[in-house]
Design a protein around this ligand. Structure first.
Ligand code: UDP
Length: 195
């Protein structure tokens, strides 16, 4: 479904309007893609930040996150099947990924947080393969080395928690160089999960 610029000035964008099960299959299907969550806060940032607007506009999928987006869609007469908010959606995505034998690399948040989130995710999701973790501060200082590390981990999925808009612009900038099939910004998910 297309959310029109009437309700989101300077951001007319396609939203994924599928139920979570369908969205997960699309994200994990063969092929390469970049995806992002879109909530009301993101929309406000997108109005002012053209690099972010371009990054979300060129992502293959925009997942509707939160009631603000749902209401904006409703004002356009559009029905969204499900709120695909990250805290519920990401564990479900990783459950399916684990069943499919796909591995995940967690990039972002403060030192130690991605590792702690990884341990907890492995506890909660049987068979989940963590390909690696890196923090969103010191580990970002050498981008070439970081990208090599991610690629050499052979991760199928790269989840990036650097906050909006940085995670989306970083992924858009490096999408060509990164080999994981699914590239996705996840905001404060590692903090939440490690919490
Ligand atoms: N973060 C990071 N490096 C930075 C700035 C932020 O790794 O240079 C992390 C931060 O530690 C947090 C995550 O980005 O884990 C998302 O933070 P925020 O709550 O701002 O995200 P939002 O949900 O607003 O996108």
């Amino acid at each position: 479904v297309t959310l029109r610029s009437r309700h989101i000035p300077s951001l007319e964008t396609e939203l994924m309007d599928a139920p979570s099960k369908v969205a997960i299959m699309a994200l994990l299907a063969p092929g390469r893609r970049r995806a992002c969550f879109l909530n009301a806060h993101c929309v406000n940032i997108a109005r002012k930040d053209s690099a972010y607007r371009a990054a979300i506009g060129t992502a293959k999928y925009r997942l509707p996150d939160g009631v603000g987006i749902e209401l904006a869609a409703r004002m356009d007469g559009l029905h969204l099947a499900e709120n695909l908010n990250g805290t519920d959606f990401i564990p479900k995505l990783l459950e399916k990924a684990a069943k499919m034998g796909k591995s995940v690399f967690l990039l972002g948040a403060k030192p130690g947080t991605a590792q702690l989130a990884a341990h907890r995710l492995q506890n909660d999701i049987p068979g989940l393969q963590i390909a690696g973790t890196a923090n969103g501060y010191g580990d970002m200082s050498n981008e070439a080395a970081l990208i090599t590390r991610i690629n050499e981990s052979n991760a199928d999925i790269l989840l990036v928690a650097l906050g909006v808009p940085h995670q989306e612009t970083w992924l858009a900038r490096h999408a060509q160089a990164l080999t994981p099939s699914l590239l996705m910004g996840v905001g404060a998910f590692f903090d939440f999960y490690a919490g």
